[in-house]
Design a protein around this ligand. Structure first.
Ligand code: 3HC
Length: 723
C-alpha cells in the first residue's frame, strides 16, 4: 500500500536549505519550514554545513554560489532569538556564538566566489552571513533592511559582525550601525559600502547569477575588497582611532548612563580586536557575546522583543474576526498630531484626506506632513519620482469631501469633549457604514465620546504619542460597545503604519497616562518637599528613563499636564490628587518649553539651559532638601509599577505583556528593566510589596500595594512564569 505524507510530516521532512546547480552556479535557497522568517537555528547551521561540504568537495562543476531566500520579506532575520532563552551560563552563549562563527568562516573560506542575493531583512546573523560572502546585492524593496540590531537585545553581534564590518566599512561607520541597531534599506546600505549593488526584486536572481559568473571569471571585483583587511586609511592615523572610540563611549554614556552593558562591551571588543587577525577578534567576540547573553539586561530586552512582536501580531478579538483593509483614511484636525498621523499613514502606502476647518490650517498641516515625508524619504535615498508618489498621497481639504471612501477616520481636534462630540456628529454625516471612527484623545474616556455617536460600535480610541513619526506605540482603546471588526481593523491599521499596537479597555487615562499620572504627581510632591529640580531628574534618568519627570513636565506643557492631572484626580483622588506646584506654575504663566518658561530656562533657540531657581520661591520652597537617590527612585518608580498592576487587576489591560510594551514604548519605562511587570518578576513581588509598605508607612495610603501584587507575593507567583 502506498503511503502518503500528512501535511505535518511534509513540513517536518522539508529541508531548511536547498541547493540546485544552474549553469555552473550553486543556487542555495533558504526557506525554513514552519517558520515565518528564516533564522539561524541549529538545524539551519547543520544544513548549511552539509551544503558547504558539497561545495568544498567539488565534483558538481560549481564555479560560484548564490545565497537567496524563498521567504517573502526576509532573507535571514538573524540568530534564532528563542534559543537565547535556553542559555543558562555564559559558556552556553559563547558556544552558540562559536558555532555561528565556524559556519561563516567556512563560508568565507570557500575557494569559489559567493554572492548574497538579499531581498527582505538581513539582520544580525543575517547580515553577518552576507558579510562572509564575497559580494552582496540587495533589492530596492522597502522590506529590504540591513543592520546589526543586537545591542537592542542586550548582546553584541556574535557571528563575526564585530570583526568583519569594521574591516569592510571602517570603524566610525560600523560603530554608528552597531551602537544604534540602525537598519538600512538597499540604497543606503550601498552608500555605506555594505552592499555592492542594488537591483529591483524581480531581477535579483538573474543579477546575482550574472555577478557570480563575472566574479568567477575575474571580470568583477567586489567594491569592498580594497578596504577589506584594513580599516579606512584615515582611521589608522595616530590618535584618530582612539578619538573615535572615546567619542563613541562618551555618546553611549550620555545616552545610557552606563546602564546597558552591551554597547560598552562592543566598544571594548572592537578596540581590542581591530589590530588582531580576524580569528583572534572572533575569540574576543564570542567570549563577550556569551557574557552578555545571560545578563538581566539581555533577558529583559529579549522579553520585550517577543512581547512587542506578539502585541503586533495578535489583537484581542474572537478568532475569525476579519479586519478591513485600510488603504484610505481621513484625518480631522491638521495640527501637529493630525499632520503626524497623515505622515506615517502616507509613508505606509495609505492615501490621506487631511481636513481642518479653515483652508489655511489644512494647508499648513499638509505642508508639515509633506516636509517630514520628503525628509524621511531622502534619508532612505529614494528617487525623486518615489518621493513624489509618497507626498501625493496626502491631500488637504476644508470640507468633508472624500470621506465616504475612508476605511478609517481619525479625529485629532482639540482635547475638549463638546468639540469632539460635534466633530463626531459631522464626520458621521459623511462616512460609509464600514468606516472606523477613531479618536486621538489622550484623556477623554471613549465611552463618553461614543455617547454622541449614532453608531457607537464604530467608535474607538486611537491614542498616538507625540511626535507621531518617532514614537512606536499606538494605544487602542475599546469601550463596551466597540465592534470586534472595528478593533481588528484598528489593530491592522496600527501594524500597517509600523506602530506596535496594544488594545486596552476604556478607563480614565487608559493605560499609558494612567500609570504616568501618579508618577508625575509624586514628582511634584517631591519638589514641594524641597528636592531640587536637578536631583529629581538625575535620579530618574539614573534609573533609566530617557528624561527626568521635571523635564517631562516642561516638554508636555504644564497647562496640558495640569488639565490631565485634574481629570485623573477626579477618578483616583486617593493617589493622584495633584500638589499645588503645577497650579502655581500655570498661574504664573509658565507653560514649559513651548513658551520658554517652565521649571527650566530656555535660550533664544528654544533649547533648555538650566533649572530656573526662581521656581522654588514660586512653589513655596525656601530651602532645598537633599534626599537619597534610591528613595526618590523608589517613590517614583514603584508608584508607576504599582499603578500598572492595578490596571491589570481592573481589566484595563488584557495582559501583563501589553503593559510592558505600553510602558516602554509609550512613556519610556527603562527597556533594560523589561517593563513594570517584568520588573516585578525580576525583583520578586514580595520585594516590591515590602518596599511599597515601607513607603506607605512613611508617606501614606497612596503607596498601598495593589491587591494583585499582594496576592502574587503571598503565592510566589510571576506575571511571566515561563520566564
Ligand atoms: N528569532 C526568532 N524569531 C524571530 C526572529 C528571530 N531572529 N525574527 C523574527 N522572529 C519571529 C517573530 O517573533 C514573529 O513570530 P510570531 O509569528 O510567532 O509572532 C515572526 O518571526 C514574524 O516576525 P514579525 O512579526 O516581526 O515580522 P515582520 O515582517 O514585521 O518583521 C523582521 C520581520 C524585520 C525580521 C523582525 O521580525 C525583526 O526585526 N526580527 C528581529 C531581528 C533581530 O533582532 N535579529 C538579530 C538577532 S540576534 C543575532 O542575530 C545574534 C547574532 O549576532 C549571533
Amino acid at each position: 500500500m502506498a503511503t502518503t505524507l500528512t501535511e505535518t510530516e511534509t513540513v517536518a521532512a522539508a529541508a531548511p536549505v536547498r541547493m540546485d546547480v544552474e549553469d555552473g552556479i550553486a543556487i542555495i535557497r533558504l526557506n525554513q519550514p514552519g517558520k515565518p522568517v528564516n533564522v539561524i537555528s541549529a538545524e539551519l547551521v547543520e544544513a548549511m554545513h552539509d551544503i558547504l561540504a558539497r561545495l568544498e568537495g567539488g565534483g558538481e562543476g560549481v564555479r560560484a554560489a548564490v545565497i537567496i531566500s524563498e521567504k517573502k520579506g526576509t532573507w535571514i532575520a538573524g540568530a534564532d532569538i528563542e534559543q537565547f532563552k535556553d542559555f543558562r551560563t555564559a559558556a552556553d552563549g559563547e558556544h552558540a556564538s562559536r558555532e555561528g562563527q565556524k559556519l561563516l568562516t567556512r563560508l568565507e573560506r570557500l575557494v569559489m566566489p559567493t554572492v548574497a542575493a538579499i531581498d527582505g531583512a538581513a539582520l544580525g546573523g543575517g547580515l553577518e552571513t552576507a558579510l562572509a560572502c564575497t559580494y552582496r546585492i540587495a533589492t530596492d524593496s522597502s522590506k529590504t533592511k540591513l543592520g546589526l540590531p543586537e545591542v537592542q537585545l542586550g548582546i553584541i553581534p556574535g557571528a563575526g559582525g564585530t570583526a568583519r564590518l569594521p574591516r569592510l566599512i571602517g570603524l566610525a561607520a560600523s560603530l554608528d550601525l552597531m551602537l544604534t541597531g540602525k537598519q538600512l534599506e538597499g540604497r543606503r546600505a550601498k552608500s555605506a559600502g555594505i552592499v555592492d549593488e542594488v537591483v529591483p526584486a524581480p531581477v535579483l536572481l538573474r543579477e546575482a547569477k550574472r555577478a557570480a559568473l563575472d566574479l568567477a571569471n575575474g571580470k568583477l571585483k567586489p567594491s569592498g575588497a580594497r578596504r577589506r583587511g584594513s580599516p579606512k586609511f584615515a582611521e589608522n592615523l595616530p590618535g584618530l582611532r582612539g578619538f573615535i572610540l572615546r567619542k563613541a563611549r562618551q555618546g553611549v554614556m550620555s545616552k545610557t548612563h552606563g546602564l546597558y552593558p552591551a554597547p560598552l562591551k562592543l566598544l571594548e571588543v572592537i578596540d581590542r580586536g581591530l589590530d588582531k587577525p580576524v580569528d583572534a577578534a572572533l575569540e574576543l567576540e564570542a567570549k563577550a557575546f556569551g557574557e552578555l547573553a545571560v545578563t538581566q539586561e539581555a533577558r529583559s530586552l529579549v522579553h520585550l522583543f517577543f512581547a512587542s512582536t506578539a502585541a503586533k501580531n495578535s489583537a484581542p478579538v474572537p478568532e475569525g474576526t476579519k479586519p478591513k483593509d485600510v488603504d484610505h483614511i481621513a484625518v480631522v484636525g491638521a495640527g501637529f498630531m493630525g499632520a503626524g498621523i497623515a505622515t506615517v499613514s502616507a509613508e505606509s502606502g495609505i492615501t490621506v484626506r487631511l481636513k481642518d476647518m479653515k483652508h489655511e490650517a489644512a494647508a499648513k498641516g499638509l505642508r508639515t506632513a509633506r516636509e517630514t515625508l520628503v525628509k524621511r524619504a531622502r534619508r532612505k535615498k529614494l528617487k525623486p519620482f518615489q518621493i513624489t508618489a509618497i507626498t501625493d498621497r496626502v491631500e488637504a481639504t476644508a470640507e468633508y469631501t472624500g470621506f465616504h471612501t475612508a476605511d478609517v477616520v481619525v479625529e485629532a481636534v482639540f482635547e475638549e469633549l463638546s468639540l469632539k462630540h460635534s466633530v463626531i456628529r459631522e464626520i458621521e454625516a459623511h462616512i460609509g457604514e464600514g468606516t472606523v471612527l477613531g479618536s486621538n484623545t489622550s484623556t477623554i474616556p471613549i465611552t463618553q465620546l461614543a455617547a454622541a455617536s449614532s453608531r457607537p460600535e464604530h467608535v474607538i480610541g486611537l491614542h498616538f504619542f507625540s511626535p507621531v513619526d518617532k514614537m512606536p506605540l499606538l494605544e487602542i482603546i475599546t469601550h463596551a460597545g466597540t465592534a470586534d471588526w472595528v478593533t481588528a481593523t484598528s489593530h491592522a491599521y496600527g501594524k500597517k503604519i509600523g506602530k506596535t499596537p496594544i488594545v486596552v479597555n476604556d478607563s480614565p487615562g487608559f493605560f499609558a497616562n494612567r500609570i504616568l499620572t501618579p508618577y508625575m504627581a509624586e514628582a511634584a510632591t517631591l519638589l514641594e518637599e524641597g528636592v531640587s529640580i536637578e536631583d529629581l531628574d538625575r535620579a530618574m534618568t539614573g534609573w533609566g528613563y530617557p528624561v527626568g519627570p521635571v523635564t517631562l513636565y516642561d516638554e508636555v506643557g504644564l497647562d496640558v499636564a495640569h488639565k490631565a492631572g485634574k481629570i485623573m484626580a477626579e477618578a483616583f483622588a486617593d493617589r493622584m490628587t495633584p500638589s499645588t506646584v503645577i497650579d502655581r506654575m500655570v498661574a504664573d504663566g509658565r507653560l514649559g518649553r513651548k513658551n520658554g518658561k517652565g521649571f527650566f530656562k530656555y535660550g533664544s533657540d528654544g533649547k533648555k539651559t538650566e533649572a530656573d531657581e526662581s521656581v522654588y520661591a514660586l512653589i513655596g520652597v525656601p530651602q532645598r532638601k537633599s534626599m537619597d537617590r534610591a528613595e526618590i527612585q523608589d517613590r517614583l518608580g514603584l508608584m508607576m509599577v504599582n499603578e500598572a498592576v492595578r490596571t491589570l487587576e481592573e481589566g484595563v489591560l488584557h495582559s501583563a505583556r501589553d503593559g510592558d510594551v505600553g510602558a516602554v514604548m509609550g512613556i519610556g519605562f527603562p527597556p533594560f528593566r523589561g517593563g513594570p511587570f517584568w520588573y516585578v518578576d525580576t525583583v520578586g513581588a514580595a520585594n516590591v510589596v515590602e518596599r511599597l509598605r515601607a513607603l506607605e508607612q512613611k508617606h501614606g495610603k497612596r503607596f498601598a500595594p495593589a491587591k494583585m501584587l499582594v496576592d502574587y507575593a503571598a503565592d510566589g507567583k510571576k506575571f511571566f512564569p515561563e520566564g
